[in-house]
Design a protein around this ligand. Sequence first.
Ligand code: PEP
Ligand code: MN
Length: 370
Amino acid sequence: MIALLSYPRHCLSTSRATPAGTQRSTGSSPANVQTVVDRVEEVGLTTHLSTGEERTIIGVVGLPLPPSLDDMFAVLPGVEQVVRVTKKFKLAGWDFQPRKTTITIDTLTIGGGDITVIAGPCSVETEAQTLETARAVADAGATVLRGGAFKPRTSPYEFRGLGERGLAILAQAREATGLKIITEVMTPADVEVVGQYTDIFQIGARNCQNYLLLEEVGKAMKPVMLKRGLSLLIEEWLLAAEYVMAQGNPDVILCERGIRTFETATRNTLDVSAVPVVQSLSHLPVFIDPSHAAGKREFVGALALAGIAAGADGLMIEVHPSPDHALSDGAQSLDVAEFNALMPRMAAVAGAVGRTLPAPASAGATASRG
Ligand code: PEP
Ligand code: MN
């Protein structure tokens, strides 16, 4: 059993270790773990347990930390090592949780060996458009339907979504196809209503550092996809995830969607390196959104393949039955035929990097799923 103490930077101190292996088999007994947890709570701090096969890690967060805290834990039964974590992101980092996060929604697992494909329109426009897209992407092998009902638009005069009516259409599409749904929530006040419909909350790039919103979805206990802010450092992005996790919600997905650079040939610059860099720093699943990065449909496929090759755990791709008529982001939306053609190519790259892209459900099965 290891107690990890999270100290602020200026309190950096030594760690005390006993030889690895000592007391491993008996150290993490429930009674020993409970003793440490009780002690932590007595001094007004919070614990985060990570139970592995070999050892249990008890993360301790909170301030102020009594100066003698590490000595206090080191003598408790079963404690093998007390380590002070000075990294800023504690819950999102590997120290508190040394195994990759997998998120389970019914039969869907995100962050395992399978690559998850989220697909659908930028915006929910009509029932027919959403259902048609949902059926098409389900038949092609996507497992989550995307679609914005509350849309953050750069101009206030553009289509800003159908609101709750859009959420109801998404729920209808879930019923018809068995797909899970993801949709954006823009304000803390909307978390409740969006949570009544969605399976996954999407936090958009523009809201990645809206800390009150992050805390509200952190309390909602449904998975959260956190899109990287337009000019966010990876450390800032992980600290945004930390806001969600600090409220007790561990199910955060990070989505790289392109950052703003000097380049204007694409809408944003896809930071492919964010995939391995974030994975080296964090156990959270990392997705790629090639659509908002490219801004142009012709480049979406190449960026999707690059994301998978770099090790992404999933993709989010905009698909519209008639992109030229889309009310938002038509230029970067694939049509159904383009999406159908891309899926097997993504599966091939996934295979080359030791991942799998689940085979599509057979045509016709979609009608009975749900
Ligand atoms: C979207 O997914 O439609 C969207 C608005 O994305 P982003 O927040 O990454 O711009
Ligand atoms: Mn969009």
